[in-house]
Design a protein around this ligand. Structure first.
Ligand SMILES: [Zn+2]
Length: 338
């Protein structure tokens, strides 16, 4: 449960069922670096909140396993610590939702990526609003409604950092969508890629053909992106691992902050993205998946509780369990047990 550093200091070690450690320290370090950027950008209140994010962690220990039961999470949109918690929660929710959906109906799964041309930082917020509205029209088209039973949608924004590119320093907002379709989609109701493009172009009112990817979900055993996701969750949906690839919070701190130090480019990116993403819903469910989300009484992964993200069984957190407190040690740059 802990590593003895010297006679007096014990370092936190939170080991998962698969023997790997949860990377609290790494996430906290990235969070502090992000907070520095917020400070540099003049967003002082958010910087302060982020600095305190997950400063103290209160766990309950039973059978050598640690269960988080009290902590402060800042919930700032770009916080790496909070987004890690959000990702764990979304993965856990989607695992349950997909399982329930497959039990109820004979479904096939598709990934759809909808894009638009890159935009300047100043246009980003507006473009994202337009895309969200366009999605609402898109999902009401007859061809869509005929085959699609439900969806999970995540808005991701990446930045072009290739100095030679004509799109250098512009932003690329796009939707990653998981669609649950009827089996007839692959026979008589098939939507060709060209039709998806035409539908998205129409919904977005574009004067060009946008890039759209569509791909049938195929079983996948392992994915490097899934290292953060609990082993038991992984195992339970081995045949649906691919689905979990979109089941994470769509903000990657490595996309926001490049490298390990504060740079002008990073600060600019933080300003642009914080402004565009603040108060915006980046994930959404629709149709059958939304119904199941509601029926299972799953809370909001984006703004809800980030302490109980789902991997813990509430029953295991016995009232009498031993409490373990870990706090961030500024000097050691690690979590120390009290
Ligand atoms: Zn946070």
């Amino acid at each position: 449960m802990c590593i003895q550093k010297d006679n007096n200091i014990n370092i936190l070690r939170d080991t998962r069922a698969n023997g790997k450690d949860r990377d609290w320290k790494g996430k906290k370090k990235r969070s502090l670096l992000m907070a520095e950027h917020y400070g540099e950008a003049g967003l002082n209140k958010k910087a302060e909140r982020m600095e305190q994010c997950a400063d103290t962690l209160l766990f309950k220990k039973s059978a050598e396993k640690l269960k988080l039961f009290q902590a402060y999470f800042c919930k700032v949109r770009l916080c790496p610590m909070c987004n890690w918690r959000r990702s764990l929660k979304i993965a856990f929710h989607n695992k349950q939702i997909v399982e329930a959906a497959n039990e109820r109906e004979n479904l096939k799964w598709i990934f759809l990526t909808l894009t638009v041309r890159n935009v300047e930082g100043s246009e980003l917020k507006n473009t994202m609003d337009v895309m969200t509205k366009a999605w609402n029209n898109f999902s009401r088209y007859a061809a869509f409604k005929k085959s699609v039973k439900g969806y999970f949608r995540a808005m991701e924004v990446t930045k072009n950092r290739e100095k030679e590119s004509e799109w250098y320093a512009t932003y690329h907002p796009h939707f990653h969508v998981l669609l649950a379709v009827k089996p007839s989609f692959f026979t008589k109701d098939y939507i060709k890629q060209a039709e998806w493009i035409a539908m998205w172009r129409k919904a977005m009112k574009l004067d060009y053909d946008p890039i759209v990817h569509v791909q049938r979900v195929k079983a996948k055993k392992e994915s490097p992106d899934l290292n953060e996701i609990e082993q038991d969750v992984k195992r339970a949906v081995e045949e649906q691992n691919a689905i979990l690839e979109v089941s994470k919070y769509p903000v990657k701190d490595s996309d926001v902050i490049v490298g390990n130090s504060v740079t002008t480019d990073n600060v600019e990116t933080v300003l642009d993205l914080d402004n565009a993403l603040a108060y915006k819903r980046l994930i959404a469910y629709g149709g059958l998946l939304k119904e199941i989300h509601k029926e299972l009484n799953l809370d909001d992964a984006e703004d809800g509780d980030l302490i109980r993200v789902g991997e813990e069984n509430a029953d295991e957190i016995a009232n009498g369990a031993i409490e373990v407190m870990a706090y961030w040690h500024v000097g050691l740059k690690n979590y120390v047990l009290k």
